[in-house]
Design a protein around this ligand. Structure first.
Ligand code: ZN
Length: 251
């Protein structure tokens, strides 16, 4: 098969991988891994706060069982105050041909390209020195039937590569997706939140200090938000939780 640039379709030379040299230098990188506060993290934390408020009003969403974890009020307060970190390798815009990179992994089975850019993300995170305490990397789970049909979970491909670069453990058996959800592509932010609420369950628990949850693309953050609360339930209030994706949608 002739090798072509994922972005512009140009025939690749022997030394070019996935992208031609012209597209490679134009990769729309976010540099969010260098900044604890960035637009993606702000958006994610606003969503977490919105969910926590809904929880106090309604009762159950994302509640950490304090009796079970034996926490005092102090650590509970820390959980509520923590600003979660978030980063992505590149920007995603539907009119920008660079969207073909995450799409190649998600829809075209191009696992090699996914692994290549996930490794790039992991390396940038490691080099920044901001993610050195991450000791566990967890992919957003697919429903088992969807994983069976696709043959792989794109978030798992990314999470494995990032874990390797950060020198952290990779575990895909901590969370599960309890039921299948509608495709989110046509839903707005509020509908996405409703679509994923309570979808993730905890299968196993293990010790960790800083858990990094990985997905392929950050759109509204709804899926990662639902995962965040499941991970919080699995690990308790003292564990730091961050998120990272290959791409972040630019509004
Ligand atoms: Zn190109």
């Amino acid at each position: 098969m002739p090798r072509e640039c994922l972005v512009c379709g140009r025939r690749l030379g022997a030394k070019e991988e996935h992208l031609c040299l012209y597209c490679a230098v134009d990769l729309p990188m976010t540099y969010f891994w260098e900044r604890a506060h960035n637009p993606m993290a702000d958006q994610f934390n606003a969503l977490l706060e919105q969910m926590r408020q809904a929880e106090t009003e309604e009762g159950d969403v994302g509640r950490v069982d304090e009796a079970e974890w034996g926490t005092d009020n102090d650590t509970g307060a820390r959980e509520r105050m923590e600003y979660a970190r978030a980063c992505a390798l590149m920007f995603y815009h539907h009119e920008n041909p660079f969207k073909h990179i995450p799409k190649a992994l998600k829809y075209d089975g191009n696992i090699k390209a996914g692994r290549y850019y996930a490794t790039m993300l992991g390396r940038k995170m490691a080099e920044s020195g901001n993610w050195g305490d991450v000791d566990l990397v967890i992919p957003v789970p697919l429903h088992w039937f969807r994983r069976y049909r696709r043959g792989y979970n794109q978030a798992e491909v990314i999470a494995k590569a990032v874990a390797r670069e950060l020198g952290a453990r990779f575990r895909s058996d901590i969370l599960c997706r309890k039921h299948r959800t509608k495709s989110q592509t046509k839903l707005d932010a509020a509908a996405r939140l409703r679509n994923v609420q309570g979808v993730f369950g905890v299968k196993k628990r293990c010790a960790a200090t800083h858990v990094l949850i990985i997905d392929d693309t950050f759109t509204t953050g709804a899926t990662l938000c639902a995962c965040y609360f499941a991970v919080r339930q699995a690990f308790g209030p003292n564990v730091r939780i961050s998120v990272a994706t290959l791409a972040v949608v630019q509004a």
